[in-house]
Design a protein around this ligand. Structure first.
Ligand code: ZN
Length: 240
């Protein structure tokens, strides 16, 4: 069984709760679908936990923003402030690590593709929200499963062997011949009106979105102390 984490966004309290939940399961590997940093108060701490051996990690737009690969002007006002803060705060070695992350991983052993935005033009940071968005993206990867992040909203989209498209909210039994695009949701800044951390667990037969409570107030306190924008602090308790 493996886990997929995305959009941790420097939220160490959230990451610690997810790690604890993972430790109670028989999970042998962890994939990270990008945006490990940005928005939150502890970028180095989160990256150092996730860059350990065995973690397969790709870049998100905020990771590349902090590393100077993406132009910060492309981000909205508050995201830009947080990226600037992250850039100044992080250790040089960690910044360099972020800048060298790949945009996409294809793992043929597990039969999965990992990309932060969309398998179609991952470098353009498109958003994948619904089944019509998913349809074109199914044509742009060749593995059975594809994991995305970026929207901070979990979903499981299934394409049957006959070409029918089905949306699932929380879990699905994997059927042979069918293919799946999964958004694991966000560990550190969920936006589906559920403030709990979100991540995905997968075995040969089953895909499931897991939600975990974490200490939101402590993250908010650390953000306030760091001088990060109040809008980014408040949204965490609303899950949006
Ligand atoms: Zn993100």
């Amino acid at each position: 069984m493996y886990a997929v984490l995305s959009d941790v966004h420097s939220n160490l309290e959230a990451l610690k709760s997810v790690q604890h939940d993972i430790s109670k399961r028989e999970i042998t590997s962890i994939y990270v679908a990008g945006d490990t940093v940005g928005y939150g108060p502890e970028p180095d701490e989160c990256l150092e936990i996730l860059r350990q051996k065995g973690r397969k990690m790709i870049a998100g737009n905020h990771d590349f923003g902090a590393a100077g690969v993406e132009d910060p002007e492309k981000f909205n006002e508050y995201a830009k402030i947080a990226i600037q803060w992250t850039k100044e705060k992080m250790l040089r070695d960690n910044i360099k690590f972020l800048g060298l992350l790949p945009l996409k991983i294809v793992d043929n052993t597990e039969d999965i593709t990992l990309v932060h935005s969309t398998p179609f033009e991952p470098e353009a940071w498109h958003y994948l929200y619904d089944l019509p968005d998913a349809e074109i993206n199914f044509l742009n990867f060749s593995t059975r499963l594809c994991f995305v992040g970026h929207t901070h909203r979990p979903f499981i989209f299934e394409k049957t062997e006959q070409g029918n498209m089905i949306a699932h909210e929380k879990s699905v039994d994997i059927r042979s011949g069918n293919r799946y695009i999964i958004n694991a949701g966000s560990v550190g800044q969920p936006r589906d009106h559920d403030a709990r951390s979100s991540y995905a667990i997968v075995d040969e037969k089953h895909i499931e979105i897991v939600r975990v409570q974490y200490d939101i107030e402590t993250t908010q306190y650390k953000m306030a102390k760091a001088g990060l924008p109040i809008q980014l602090i408040n949204r965490l308790s609303l899950g949006m």
